[in-house]
Design a protein around this ligand. Structure first.
Ligand SMILES: [Zn+2]
Length: 377
């Protein structure tokens, strides 16, 4: 792809880790059939890079849009929710813009459709008033830099990706569904019995900072629910599904799960689980916000999964030499003596206490690493 002619938002100003610690925010009132909207808004509110930006109020300070602006409304909503811990509020700021125009109030709507619409509306708000942009420049808004990536199939140009959709009909595991949909290595048998690469398969060409995945639970024509359990984990490496499969791991951490309970897409109930900036998980069910543990989160009939790039997770390569440890930032595998340990966190290694790298033996070293890393994460 051609490089962008214009950078609309500087990438170095996107903060992936929470810049402030907040308790879980307010619940969202539901006067009737708004659970699809409430659950999506809660997942977006706990999306760290988006929340950091909206909490800074940088958008509204420089917004020139006349009339309704989705970004201004989202900014006001997220600030209100996170500053109203322990209560329940009516998400009026967002409803008035989004639901009134495109979603029928009082009718159960599809949460994934609402998520896509909201992200798309935020992207359009970021582009408002700017004309004649090439596609590369359009992808430099803060919204596209957070949620957007690019997909590619063999021999075609990359196309924008805002969320991955996965068929769950044949898969018990989320990774398996990802593999079926997004690898270039899968082969099929041609008529002459030779193995040929499947040419229409997509790969992730550029990975997004925030990955949203829809497990397609509703049949296309009937809207009937596929209510099987699909197992997913709190950590994901996107590297095997990339166009370039060789290279460093691209780790993601789960931070929200949106669940549908019920039989079909126009009935039932949506609620979600989100990880707040204090690192704890909460079940958010309209006006109710209750704490819960990760094992509960991982046992749901998930409809949408939200993952955020985790630059801290990795494998460290460390050698034990005469001078102690040599640590190479970026690749992280801890080899102590003949043992290799996989450890988390690398970016803050300089903040590790000196005692960790000066350990007298592999066992002491491993114990000190574990202790130090636990304090960092
Ligand atoms: Zn605005």
């Amino acid at each position: 792809m051609a490089p962008p002619q214009r950078i609309l938002f500087p990438p170095e100003k996107i903060y992936m880790d929470w810049q402030q610690q907040w308790r879980a925010g307010a619940g969202l009132r539901n006067p009737g059939n708004l659970c699809f909207l409430n659950s999506v808004l809660q997942c977006l509110t706990y999306t760290p890079p988006l929340a950091n930006y909206l909490l800074s109020r940088e958008h509204s300070q420089s917004c020139h849009q006349r009339g309704f602006c989705v970004m201004c409304r989202m900014e006001s909503h997220v600030n209100r929710v996170l500053r109203s811990s322990g209560s329940a509020i009516y998400p009026s700021a967002v409803i008035s813009v989004l639901a009134r125009e495109h979603f029928r109030l009082g009718m159960q709507e599809d949460a994934h459709e609402f998520l896509r619409y909201t992200v798309d509306a935020m992207q359009r708000a970021c582009l408002s008033g700017i004309s004649n942009l090439d596609i590369s420049s359009e992808s430099t808004t803060i919204v596209h830099q957070i949620f957007g990536g690019f997909l590619r199939s063999r021999g075609t140009f990359p196309q924008p990706l805002l969320s991955l959709e996965l068929s769950v009909s044949f898969c018990l595991y989320f990774n398996m569904a990802l593999y079926r949909a997004y690898t270039k290595a899968l082969c099929s048998v041609s008529r002459c019995n030779k193995m040929v690469a499947a040419s229409k398969r997509f790969t992730v060409h550029r990975a997004p900072k925030v990955l949203t995945v829809c497990l397609k639970r509703f049949e296309d024509f009937t809207g009937r629910k596929i209510d099987k359990i699909v197992k997913y984990s709190s950590c994901l490496d996107l590297r095997p599904y990339m166009t370039q499969t060789d290279g460093e791991s691209l780790f993601y951490s789960l931070y929200a799960v949106l669940v549908h309970s019920g039989n079909g897409c126009h009935s039932g109930h949506y609620f979600c689980y989100t990880k707040a900036s204090n690192g704890l998980w909460y079940e958010m069910n309209d006006s109710s916000v209750e704490d819960c543990d990760i094992s509960t989160v991982l046992q749901q009939q998930a409809y949408l999964l939200f993952y955020v790039r985790d630059f801290l997770r990795g494998v460290v390569v460390i050698g034990l030499g005469g001078d102690g440890f040599k640590l190479k930032q970026g690749r992280f595998r801890l080899a102590v003596g003949k043992k290799v340990f996989t450890v988390r966190v690398a970016r803050h290694w300089k903040r590790l206490p000196r005692a960790v790298v000066d350990a007298p033996s592999p066992t002491v070293s491993k114990a000190r690493w574990d202790g130090a890393l636990n304090n960092l994460t």
